[in-house]
Design a protein around this ligand. Structure first.
Ligand code: NDP
Length: 308
């Protein structure tokens, strides 16, 4: 029984050492040095090919090294395989930091002050109390709920939207597509933390923007496919939206002439809101392998029909 790793070499080194220490019974192989393909029970990767998956006859679990699985073409993954996304504390910490920073940057009008500084203009604006800035999070999963918990102490009225709703302390919850319009109507800052699926692709579009209050701002830390980029440009141009913090794009890296680079009302970062942390993630992964071996539920298992 062996484990196959296929992702960045630097992380592979750290994970390999951790396996030697924590799971000496599990040989660690690094793609493309697979050894006997029949040995491989577990595979961790960012992307896989159909050929690789079909060449591993005893593979049981496919682990994504990232929080999402949208980079995997699940239709190419044999039905017998279980698919698991990465849920580890380092990823959550990074997202909490970024989303908090982005929310505060928009709340405190840092895009305006960036432009003013560039133009050598001393241009103070009145400070809106946090209780008058409503913040809404789309997606109440591992990351969305952690971000909401981190924002609570600032005093923003908080709301959250997901497919099934549920309870999040101090947060007004909206569930399902029927509640999307009323959720959006009360978001002065909207944070997208959804997984990218057929249902959520393009959800940050003109129709959704029109439902936001005039002057609202958005933060996209989900996936680039959630945002219709031209619709954002149009909404900023018309003044309906006031700003955006964008961490993910449809095509990454952004082309040199992408309009977001130099847009005064957009803060663009290169998909760095959060990253799988090498040390904390390997502990989670090995614990998950042990759960699988013991016949227990695996943390972060993807419902393949839902796509997340
Ligand atoms: P989870 O799977 O834990 O949570 C997903 C949430 O989205 C759930 O609340 C789910 O609802 C909701 N959801 C899914 N589909 C719909 C839908 N059609 N309508 C309404 N709600 C929906 O995911 P995580 O919180 O761990 O991660 C979220 C995403 O963040 C990842 O998929 C990834 O794309 C992105 N990400 C981005 C990073 C970056 O650096 N920019 C880093 C890490 C993650 P329900 O609870 O009802 O199932």
């Amino acid at each position: 029984m062996a484990f196959l790793y296929k992702s960045s070499a630097a992380r592979g080194q750290i994970w390999s050492e951790a396996f030697t220490r924590l799971a000496p019974d599990m040989p660690f192989r690094t793609w493309p040095d697979i050894g006997d393909p029949a040995d491989i029970r577990y595979l961790a990767a960012w992307t896989v090919t159909r050929e690789l998956l079909h060449g591993l006859p005893n593979l049981e679990v496919l682990f994504s090294v990232g929080a999402g699985v949208d980079q995997l073409d699940l239709s190419q993954v044999p039905d017998r395989l279980r698919v698991v996304r990465m849920m580890e504390p380092g990823l959550t910490d990074g997202m909490v930091q970024y989303a908090t920073f982005a929310t505060l940057a928009l709340h405190r009008e840092m895009l305006h002050y960036r432009t003013a500084q560039t133009g050598h203009r001393w241009a103070p604006r009145p400070l809106l109390p946090a209780r008058q800035r409503r913040v809404g999070v789309m997606g109440l999963g591992q990351l969305g709920t952690a971000v909401l918990a981190a924002l609570r102490p600032f005093g923003f009225p908080l709301r959250g939207w997901s497919r099934s709703g549920g309870d999040v302390e101090g947060v007004e919850i909206f569930a399902g597509s029927d509640a999307l319009a009323s959720f959006l109507s009360g978001c002065d800052i909207l944070i997208c933390l959804l997984p990218l699926t057929d249902e959520t692709r393009g959800i940050l579009c003109r129709k959704s923007f029109d439902l936001l209050p005039r002057g609202a701002a958005i933060i996209n830390v989900g996936r680039g496919g959630h945002l219709v980029e031209q619709d954002l440009l149009d909404a900023l141009e018309s003044g309906h939206l006031s700003g955006a913090v964008i961490d993910v794009l449809n095509i990454e890296p952004a082309a040199a002439d992408h309009p977001f680079w130099s847009h005064p009302f957009i803060l663009l970062t290169p998909h760095v809101a959060s990253q799988t942390q090498d040390e904390s993630s390997v502990n989670v992964l090995i614990a998950n392998i042990r759960r699988h071996q013991a016949g227990q539920p695996i943390q972060g298992e993807v419902d393949r029909a839902r796509g997340y």
